[in-house]
Design a protein around this ligand. Structure first.
Ligand code: BG6
Length: 286
């Protein structure tokens, strides 16, 4: 079924393996969101290259989280906390089916709201309401809202785990990270970015970066990232050995991506009745 909107935007529903992809065409951009994971898979501003990277070997059949785009890590980031032992890395959101709740559009932008289909036992256990909102124009803005609908505080962590479509070469820099303290997950140590950030090796770092703005630059591209509700920025690239070890990662894929994730990783108690919003906005800067 294709749906055309008044301002010449099109939404088409494309069946793909076991799920539906929501494909949007608008004069300012094109975008694809998967029902599985509720995840942005492609965003291409008009007259630009794709902003996010999707692995050519990504599994789209719902058998595992989709490798690329902007997966959602929720309600934890990384391995499951002790009281959820045995549950999936990066939480449930990227393994759930999501439904499209609303779509509003104009000549300036399109806004979509999705909610996850949480199985009842999980719903009961978590007592959290989750909503994902996308606003697209020449930029893509992703907002993850979590509301505590229970009676107890919930220790929340989360990330918008964006795979940027940017070459991983030594000239790719994140100048704003200079002097920032980070947790190096590869060496399990706390370090400081005392030299300019250089991308020439495997990297898995949680930067204690709370500013709103961050730029990722190289000689051909500049990506502007605006964050809100975060307490850290995660930077991940598996490099050659890591790429080869993953079935859904092209062997040379590490050369054309860099994960820059807006994240909440450092301990956040979501109190009953409260809502937390984690936001990431991405655009090319000229
Ligand atoms: C990053 C983590 O956010 O995601 C890494 O910091 C992890 O430790 C990476 O390896 C990919 O995770 P996954 O579960 O998608 O393979």
């Amino acid at each position: 079924m294709n749906k055309q909107f008044t301002n010449s935007a099109y939404l088409s529903y494309k069946s793909n393996e076991n799920q539906t992809l929501f494909v949007l065409k608008h004069p300012l951009f094109s975008a694809t969101i998967s029902e599985f994971g509720g995840q942005l898979l492609n965003f291409e501003p008009i007259d630009s290259q794709p902003l996010v990277w999707l692995s050519n070997s990504a599994k789209l059949d719902c058998s595992k989280p989709i490798r690329g785009g902007a997966p959602i890590c929720w309600p934890w980031f990384g391995p499951a906390p002790t009281h959820f032992e045995g549950e999936p890395q990066h939480g449930y959101a990227r393994n759930l089916s999501w439904q499209l709740e609303s779509l509003t559009e104009s000549e300036e932008q399109v806004n979509l709201v999705l909610t996850p289909k949480l199985p009842e036992p999980l719903n009961e256990k978590l007592q959290l309401a989750l909503k994902l909102e996308y606003t697209f124009n020449k930029a893509a803005e992703i907002t993850l809202s979590t509301t505590n609908v229970g009676n107890h505080a919930f220790e929340l962590s989360a990330a918008i785990h964006t795979y940027l479509n940017i070459p991983s070469s030594p000239d790719t820099e994140i100048p704003d990270l200079l002097n920032c303290v980070y947790m190096d997950k590869l060496t399990n140590s706390i370090e400081q970015q005392s030299e300019p950030f250089q991308l020439n090796q495997a990297m898995d770092r949680i930067y204690h970066y709370q500013d709103a703005n961050l730029e990722v630059v190289n000689k051909n591209t500049k990506v502007q990232i605006t964050n809100d509700g975060h307490d850290s920025i995660v930077v991940w690239n598996p490099w050659k050995q890591g790429s080869e070890a993953m079935v859904d990662f092209d062997d040379n894929g590490y050369l054309s991506m860099l994960c820059v994730e807006s994240a909440l990783t450092r301990g956040y108690s979501l109190m009953p009745g409260n809502t937390h919003k984690l936001k990431q906005k991405l655009c090319f800067k000229r």
